[in-house]
Design a protein around this ligand. Sequence first.
Ligand code: DGT
Ligand code: CA
Ligand code: CA
Ligand code: ZN
Length: 588
Amino acid sequence: MTKRRLPNNEVITILEEALAAMEIRGNNFFEIRAYQNAISILDNLTVSIFDIWENKKLREIPGVGTTISEHLDELFKTGEVKKFEALKKGLPDGMFALIGLRSIGAKKAFKLAHAFKLDSRESAIEKLKEVAENHKIQTLEGFGEKSEAQILEAINQSKLTKNEKPRMLYVHAEQVVNRIIMYMKECEFVEKIDALGSYRRKNPTVGDIDIVVATSNFDEVAKHFLEFPEIAEVLTRGEKKVMVVLTNDAQVDLRLSTPQSYGAMLQYNTGSKQHNILLRQYALDKGFSLSEYGIKRKGMEDIKEFATEEEFYGFLNLEYIPPEMRHGSNEVDLARQRKIPNLIKVSDIKGDLQSHTIASDGLNSLEDMIIQAIKIGYEYYGVTDHAPSVQTRGLEEVEKIITETREQIAILSKKYPEIKILFGYEVNILADATLALPDSILKELDFALGSIHTAFNQSREEITDRIIKALENPYINYIGHPSGRLLNERDPVDPDWLKVFSACAYEGKLMEINAQPNRLDLPDDLAKECVKRAIPLVINTDAHEKSQMEYMKYGVNIARRAGIEAKDIVNTLSFGEFADKFKLRLKK
Ligand code: DGT
Ligand code: CA
Ligand code: CA
Ligand code: ZN
């Protein structure tokens, strides 16, 4: 086989299958754990694992030891890993299609695939569904009626949520969650209520909405929930759990908990699944087993309950881990060492450095935007309309627009002395890697950002070159929405991020976290890479109308998911320090 640039998800699948095979073969406990850790960490990367390998930096990733990095080396060089192939040899192929299903681990997948001769990945789930519906699973040794029902539910659920429906944007989930919570609070038996899962972890997109209620009257709360006017279909109704689909097609899982064990319920259902796996391993080493009801000492009957999550983590001798950090990467280690970062908050933000007005494609006047920035309490505000085109308007005309905007800003600065108004432009990085404005114009501005808005499907080399050339221009302060992704619409561009970030650090430039809910760009893992390299970040709303200046919180969510503190974000600094780090060129 020839060398091929494997995408991360394929690398993860290969490792996951090897891990499953090891579990069946009964490999040594420490080896299995090392794989689980490595998978968990690699699964959180957007930076290409292949690129890291090519740059000989695999060993620098925490959790990737010598053995695993050697196997990856073999994988990238030859297209396969001999040891993995040997491990999988003789195992029914269909089992590998089953391990993604909820509640099915490697051992169950193997038993099922073996018993029902699931030899092909393609048909394994379909066939399993058939035997479950014909009640053949419950007759298998080690399986019962209950696990058969669970398997069927897992199959149906994986179809409902993961394959057929697009994931909701976080903002849309937020609106649904707010309506549900408001409605549920009308019921007197609801003592506490929270939305958990990916929503609580502030994932940019949400599959289904998980709601948990603390109550002493399960029955009344479930009844009240079933009368929620937006319900279109009830999928299941159990004593402690109700699953429904709403008229807008969102699936909602409601779980009920006693107030005294609410903390464990919160913890379990917040996830992520990978975080729970790591936490369970950590607890196991201390002789504890975890569940949604509490913590048990191994071998004992008594369960210790926790009303709050803080107590739950505290009992395990861990610092509290904010939900946004529960990726299943190194957060349990950090909590053990009491090194959980003090995550940035939206109230730390002192200015917004990307926004548009009626001068380009925005809906409000510059003055309206400034008034909004003052209302929010900002110390500084940067207006960054799309730069007027020199090609269509001519140089002289563009000069004139800049002079007029300057005059307008001077007047508004006098009128609103409580805020510093900064003049920038969003400048297109063209397909040939040049900028849409000449340097003679760019240098008239207080600052500028370079953005890619066209030719997204160029080759990796071309995209890399475009971003780096923009960073090399002395008048560009930062790159706007660097990956260009539009959630559910357009994939991110795929430059060599390691090269891009090296150039960014070398030039002393910044990267943006764009807070538009369908962008959230840089994504959290790339933002984390920047902080590692001491590249300052700026979080901007890219508001196209004044109400969108409230989007800042969505950008802050991404920074929190990246484990970022206020000090790493330039627009948390007071104006003097900000101007310095942002390399503002104040023109009068
Ligand atoms: P989503 O809905 O696809 O956006 O992602 P989540 O994280 O909300 O996943 P979901 O709704 O399937 O489950 C909610 C949480 O419940 C999840 O984050 C962790 C926990 N959980 C779900 N399935 C499992 C599992 O098989 N094992 C463990 N340990 N925890 C699970
Ligand atoms: Ca969910
Ligand atoms: Ca769920
Ligand atoms: Zn833009």
